[in-house]
Design a protein around this ligand. Structure first.
Ligand code: NAP
Length: 256
């Protein structure tokens, strides 16, 4: 594989960092000159990474190209480029459909979408790809895992999951702030919360046949303190409001 990036920003940098952290990894990578600083840093850090003169030079020097510009400028950038029929195009642009990208990168025949997350730099967090594609699946499979999905609607629904990170940290922050309010030193409370939530994150792996609600019930001993918090939040409509937010994000993702 000769890998290229059109748009060298936060996400491209994370993918290259993850890739180049693999032992013995020598895939040649060519990045677009923008962002200048990030491109220069990657080229200085990794001998196999080169900076192309412009976006077209990226395409001319690679067989697999990741599109990683912001959605607002994607159409304008792609219309100026000449793709080859044999280019493998992987769009990371969340809010532009695969169909529209396929039109913009014609005559390229292999066109798919992928949704990697910045933690890919540390080889963590699976990437969803659509449609299934052995080359793209093998690539992301080595960088934290891959989930292949058949159609765009499944891809869009799963991409809504990525809208929940900030609320997750707000949830932890609420616990942390409360503990500090009780006089617990901030770093001690942080260490404890981090340690416990890392352990909880492993629970689905240790009980692969149980769904999330079963895991919730495992912890919600009758009459116990977990049951109390779960019941009180449920009665106040917290989870319903959360599900409604997911629905509104989904409408945005599918462009309604
Ligand atoms: N970050 C995430 O967590 C994440 C996750 C999933 C998907 N995505 C998607 O991935 C794409 C990139 O996201 P990002 O976070 O990496 O954004 P970003 O950091 O803003 O990177 C985009 C890069 O594109 C460069 N650029 C601007 N105009 C260009 C042009 N004409 N040709 C080539 N490059 C150009 C920008 O350079 P300048 O700085 O010089 O303007 C910028 O560095 C977006 O479509 C986003 O939806 C992001």
């Amino acid at each position: 594989m000769k890998l290229g990036f059109v748009g060298t920003g936060a996400l491209s940098s994370a993918i290259v960092t993850g890739l180049k952290s693999l032992p013995g990894e020598t895939t040649p990578v060519v990045v677009s000159p923008r962002n200048e600083e990030i491109a220069a840093e990657l080229a200085a850090r990794y001998p196999d990474v080169r900076i192309a003169a412009d976006n077209q030079a990226v395409l001319d020097q690679c067989d697999t190209v990741m599109l990683a510009v912001r959605p607002q400028i994607a159409r304008e950038v792609l219309r100026e480029l000449r793709f080859r029929p044999d280019h493998h195009v992987v769009s990371l642009i969340v809010t532009v459909s695969r169909e529209e990208i396929a039109g913009l990168v014609a005559p390229a025949r292999h066109v798919g979408k992928a949704l990697p997350m910045p933690m890919i730099a540390r080889l963590q967090g699976a990437t969803i790809i659509c449609p299934p594609d052995p080359i793209v699946a093998t690539f992301f499979g080595r960088l934290g895992g891959v989930i292949e999905v058949e159609d765009q609607s499944e891809f869009d629904a799963l991409s809504v999951v990525t809208a929940t990170y900030a609320s997750y940290f707000k949830y932890l922050d609420t616990i942390h702030a409360w503990a500090r309010g009780q006089g617990v030193p901030g770093d001690k409370a942080r260490d404890y919360i981090t340690s416990i939530y890392k352990a909880l994150a492993n629970a689905p792996d240790t009980a692969p046949d149980e769904d999330f609600m079963h895991l919730a019930q495992d912890y919600a001993t009758r009459g116990g303190i977990n049951e109390q918090v779960l019941r009180e939040l449920t009665e106040r409509g917290t989870f319903e409001a959360f599900a409604e937010s997911l629905e509104r994000v989904h409408q945005r993702v599918v462009g309604k």
